[in-house]
Design a protein around this ligand. Structure first.
Ligand code: OAD
Length: 232
C-alpha cells in the first residue's frame, strides 16, 4: 500500500533538549550576539574573524551533543510513512537519529563552501574553519549557512514537498523567519496540521491546527506513537 506523506518543519526547539540554544527564547543566541555581527554577508565582509569564530563555536558544540527523543521519534515515523523533514536547523541531529530525508533550509554547520562559487561545497573535518583555508579556486572558505539578506535556494523544493503533504507537523519554531515561516501557506486545505511547542506561537495564517503545548522531547514521541497506530 502507498505510504502517506508526512512533512515535518522543524526549528531550533527540536534540538533544545540536546543542549543547543534556540535563537529567540530568553537567553537564546540572539540575546548574546547581534545578528548583524555574525549572520549577514556584511558581517563577513567587515569582521570575518568574528563570524568564523561564531560558527566554529557552534560546530564545536555540535560534536559534543546527541540527538534527543524528538529526533529519534521522527526517524521512527519512517516505519509507516513517507517522511520528509524540512529543517531550519544547521545541526545534523535529524540525520544522526536516523532520518533519511532531510532538507536543510538554512545550510549545514558541518559543511563549508567557497566564497566565490556557491556550488563548491565541502565537508569540514573536525570543527575548526580557519582564516586562510581556501577552496580550489583560491578563495576563502566560508560557513555553508544562509545568512540574513541572502536567498534561500531550497525554498522552491520545500514548498513543493509541503504542497503534497497528507499530514503536516511543525516542531520547535517561532515562525518568525521568512520565507521558512511562509511554507505553511503551501499546505493543502484540509490537511491535518500538528504544532508542538511549549511557547506561545502566533501563526494567524494557520487556522485548523492541533496545538500540542509541550516540549519536543515529550510531545513528539507521543504524537509519533499515535500516528504510527493510525497507520496500522
Ligand atoms: P527560534 O529561537 O526563533 O524559536 C525557537 C522555538 O522553539 C520557540 O517557539 C520556542 O518556544 C521553541 N522551543 C523552545 N524549547 C523547546 C523545546 N524543548 N521543544 C520544542 N520547542 C521548544 O528558532 P527558529 O524558529 O528555529 O536562522 O529560528 C528560525 C531561524 O532564525 C533559524 O534557523 C536561524 C535563526 O536566526 C539563521 O541563522 C539563518
Amino acid at each position: 500500500m502507498l505510504k502517506k506523506k508526512i512533512v515535518v518543519l522543524t526549528g531550533a526547539g527540536v534540538s533544545a533538549e540536546s543542549g543547543i540554544s534556540t535563537f529567540r527564547d530568553s537567553g537564546g543566541l540572539w540575546d548574546k550576539y547581534d545578528i548583524m555581527d555574525v549572520a549577514t554577508p556584511e558581517a563577513w565582509a567587515r569582521n570575518m574573524d568574528m563570524v568564523i569564530d561564531f560558527y566554529n563555536q557552534r560546530r564545536k558544540q555540535l560534536h559534543e551533543v546527541e540527538p534527543n527523543a524528538a529526533h529519534y521519534a521522527l526517524a521512527r515515523l519512517e516505519e509507516k510513512y513517507d517522511v520528509h523533514i524540512i529543517t531550519q536547523n544547521v545541526d545534523d541531529l535529524h540525520e544522526r537519529a536516523g532520518s533519511t530525508n532531510v532538507l536543510h533550509l538554512h545550510g549545514e554547520l558541518k559543511k563549508i563552501r567557497s566564497s566565490v562559487d556557491e556550488n563548491l561545497v565541502y565537508e569540514l573535518e573536525g570543527w575548526e574553519l580557519k582564516k586562510g583555508d581556501t577552496c580550489e579556486k583560491g578563495s576563502q572558505l566560508r560557513p555553508h549557512i544562509v545568512w540574513f539578506g541572502e536567498p534561500v535556494p531550497m525554498i522552491p523544493k520545500a514548498a513543493e514537498i509541503t504542497s503534497t503533504a497528507d499530514i503536516y507537523l511543525i516542531i520547535g519554531t517561532s515562525l518568525n523567519v521568512y520565507p521558512a515561516a511562509g511554507l505553511v501557506d503551501y499546505v493543502r486545505s484540509g490537511t491535518p496540521i500538528y504544532l508542538i511547542d511549549p511557547g506561545e506561537i502566533h501563526a494567524s495564517n494557520i487556522s485548523d491546527i492541533n496545538f500540542i503545548k509541550e516540549k519536543a522531547g515529550t510531545g513528539t514521541p507521543k504524537l509519533v506513537d499515535e500516528l504510527l497506530k493510525q497507520a496500522n
